[in-house]
Design a protein around this ligand. Structure first.
Ligand SMILES: Nc1nc2c(ncn2[C@@H]2O[C@H](COP(=O)(O)OP(=O)(O)OP(=O)(O)O)[C@@H](O)[C@H]2O)c(=O)[nH]1
Ligand SMILES: [Mg+2]
Length: 364
């Protein structure tokens, strides 16, 4: 079906393991609206899955806004090695006046996949599992050349604790090489200072971080054009020439594709299973009663924060009421004592009068 994807270059032992199991690999794209996420997916399919069934169809469609989470599936095969590839497209955020928590449906989707997998693990028949856990989440960043938006920082923070996040600079053709270099450095330093841990690809031979650093810059295009050497290339036309998708001098598309479907696919699968799914599972185990199903407020840290804030507000309110009641009770007791004293005085006065009455009556 497809050639030269490099799947057979996976280390032998892992290759056998995956070939036996039949591997599934799931990539998700996330980010602001209009950054080229859908175009990127089409570009990736067009350059990887040459005979994709609805390829033609996709190209003829005008580019539309993605309105719901959608999944495109493909099966890649190379020399008997089969890979099921899922690519999840998500609607971009950033259009609304209030974008607070715009990434929540995406975070819920990721949690839902962990939950579904965990529920299946608890079933006696462990064979045919539906597995849509996200192995790589490509986060698209607007190529402003300046900074990350607060919305991006919050979305990245929520995603990075659940999934392997790979930051991607969209529309690399709109920045020149120097601007791109500075922008990459800036993004790295922001992620660092915000303590956001994105996926760090390692050199698999020595375990050291790869010199080609994140984020990856990408160009997406659904068109084939002629470059200055007369070659047919995928790219975007400019007056100065063609910005080429698969030219490493123009962007990191090839590096990113290599990382995803060749060199780091297994690492992404393993770290999803061990790190992210593992964390979800252990949190579920420690916070739930046996047999209890997922309660989002227990699982989602954001709901947890809201719940804690509510609890705090409630406790404060109760404390205020309790002290008001104590004061009222105190006043009431003081009033009762005063009235009792009055009563005693009145009794004493009555007794005194009674004696006087008796004495007067005796005399009479
Ligand atoms: N210059 C440039 N334009 C791009 C690139 N990729 C996509 N575009 C254009 O950007 C516009 C939006 O692309 P989409 O792929 O629909 O963006 P999206 O991120 O899926 O948007 P939503 O579905 O609304 O979230 C289209 O006009 C694309 O042709 C790129 O690499 N460079
Ligand atoms: Mg889209």
């Amino acid at each position: 079906m497809v050639t030269n994807l490099g799947l057979v270059n996976l280390p032998n032992q892992q290759y056998r393991l995956l070939a036996k199991k039949g591997a599934t690999f799931t990539i998700m794209v996330v980010g602001e609206s209009g950054l080229g996420k859908t175009t990127f997916i089409n570009t990736l399919f067009a350059t990887s899955v040459k005979t994709h069934s609805d390829d033609q169809l996709r190209h003829e469609q005008p580019v539309r806004k993605t309105v719901e989470i959608s999944i495109t599936r493909a099966e890649l095969e190379e020399k008997g090695f089969k890979l099921r590839l899922n690519i999840i497209d998500t609607p971009g955020f950033g259009d609304n006046v209030n974008n607070t928590n715009a990434w929540e449906p995406i975070v819920d989707f990721i949690d839902d996949q962990h939950e579904a997998y965990m529920q299946q693990e608890n079933q006696p028949d462990r064979k045919a599992k539906y597995d849509m856990r996200v192995h790589a989440c490509l986060y698209f960043i607007r190529p402003t050349g300046h900074s990350l938006k607060p919305l991006d920082i919050e979305a990245l923070r929520a995603l990075a604790t659940r999934v392997n996040v790979i930051p991607v600079i969209a529309k690399a053709d709109t920045l020149d090489a120097d601007e791109m270099q500075l922008f990459k450095e800036h993004i790295r330093s922001v992620l660092d200072s915000q303590n956001i841990t994105v996926y760090q690809p390692l050199d698999l031979s020595n375990g050291q971080p790869l010199p080609e650093q994140l984020p990856y810059s990408v160009i997406g295009s659904e068109k084939m054009l002629q470059n200055e050497h007369g070659q047919e290339v995928r790219g975007r036309q400019y007056s100065w020439g063609v910005a080429e998708v698969e030219n490493e001098d123009h962007c990191d598309f090839k590096k990113l594709r290599n990382l995803l479907v060749r060199t780091h696919m297994l690492d992404l699968v393993h770290s999803t299973d061990e790190l992210h799914y593992g964390a979800y599972r252990s949190q579920a185990i420690t916070t739930r009663q046996p047999g209890e199903t997922r309660n989002r407020s227990q699982v989602n840290p954001q709901y947890k924060e809201e719940e804690q804030a509510l609890r705090r507000a409630f406790t404060e309110q109760v404390n205020v009421e309790v002290s008001r009641f104590n004061k009222w009770e105190h006043n009431l007791i003081a009033e009762r004592d005063r009235l009792n004293k009055d009563l005693e005085d009145t009794h004493a006065a009555i007794r005194k009068l009674q004696i006087e009455v008796d004495q007067l009556a005796g005399r009479a």
